[in-house]
Write a protein that binds this ligand. Structure first.
Ligand SMILES: O=C[C@H](O)COP(=O)(O)O
Length: 258
């Protein structure tokens, strides 16, 4: 039986302005009870422009919801127009930061080298990276989904020391299942997540592999979360669309009741 605490993280993507973010976080906080936080770590990943508002609300109301960003610059500061640095996110007391989301890889051409630099930037500033990996449809159809995903894991964690790697979160998100309603079968997701854990054991040790939390992401909803969470190597979900509906996200957090 795993001792890893499940992590349910809502990736809001480019949705909700800072006022909507406050209302949404308040709704979540009102619905969630202490017993939920005892069983599951709950986090939201709002757009950058919402983070200060979410921080203020969380601190003022002493909420147990954690929060983080959807991206981080590889650089600590300087002439990088439009980027947000690790020190800025740390100052906002972010816990998490998503790194290498497939939408960043696809639309912003982030390579494994860039993703690796961002993972290191996160650790450097005390943030926990949620390293996103996963294959496109044609890769899965060619049967290369495991090797493709493991190469992203290895690239993302290159030269990351074991004590940092042990605290990382890895999100396996098959690209073809993101926002499409096509959920990856629970056993298919488990196949890749088990292989990811095996790769961490190979790169570091079994002890590190046993500590790393691996999430599944891709059309997670209250109706499919229980089956996904029943898999031995899946320790949570990175939830996109369904996290924008507070009632639905709360049901996902309460996956054991489904
Ligand atoms: O980061 C979240 C994923 O991209 C999943 O998004 P989705 O739940 O809308 O499919």
């Amino acid at each position: 039986m795993s001792t890893r605490t499940p992590l349910m993280a809502g990736n809001w993507k480019m949705n909700l302005n800072h006022l909507e973010a406050i209302a949404h976080t308040q709704k979540l906080a009102f619905a969630l009870a202490d017993k939920d936080y005892e069983a599951v770590e709950v986090a939201v990943l709002p757009p950058f422009t919402d983070l200060r508002s979410v921080q203020t609300l969380v601190e003022h109301d002493k909420l147990k919801i954690k929060y983080g960003a959807q991206d981080i610059s590889a650089h600590d500061g300087g002439a990088y127009t439009g980027e947000i640095s690790g020190p800025m996110l740390a100052k906002l007391k972010c816990t998490y930061v998503a790194v290498g989301h497939s939408e960043r890889r696809q639309y912003h051409h982030e390579t494994d080298e860039i993703v690796n630099a961002k993972v290191k930037a996160a650790f450097k500033h005390g943030l926990t990276p949620i390293l996103c990996v996963g294959e496109e449809l044609e890769v899965r159809e060619a049967g290369n989904h495991v090797s493709h995903t493991l190469a992203q894991v290895e690239g993302g964690l290159k030269d990351v020391p074991a004590e940092q790697a042990a605290t990382a979160v890895i999100a396996y998100e098959p690209v073809w299942a993101i926002g499409t309603g096509k959920v990856c079968g629970a056993e298919d997701a488990q196949e890749v997540c088990a292989a990811v854990r095996g790769k961490i054991a190979e790169l570091y040790s079994q002890d590190v592999a046993d500590k790393v939390r691996i999430q599944y992401g891709g059309s997670v909803k209250s109706g499919n979360v229980a089956e996904i969470m029943a898999q031995a190597d899946i320790d949570g979900a990175l939830v996109g669309g369904a996290s924008l509906d507070a009632d639905e996200f709360v049901k996902i957090v309460r996956f054991r009741d489904q």
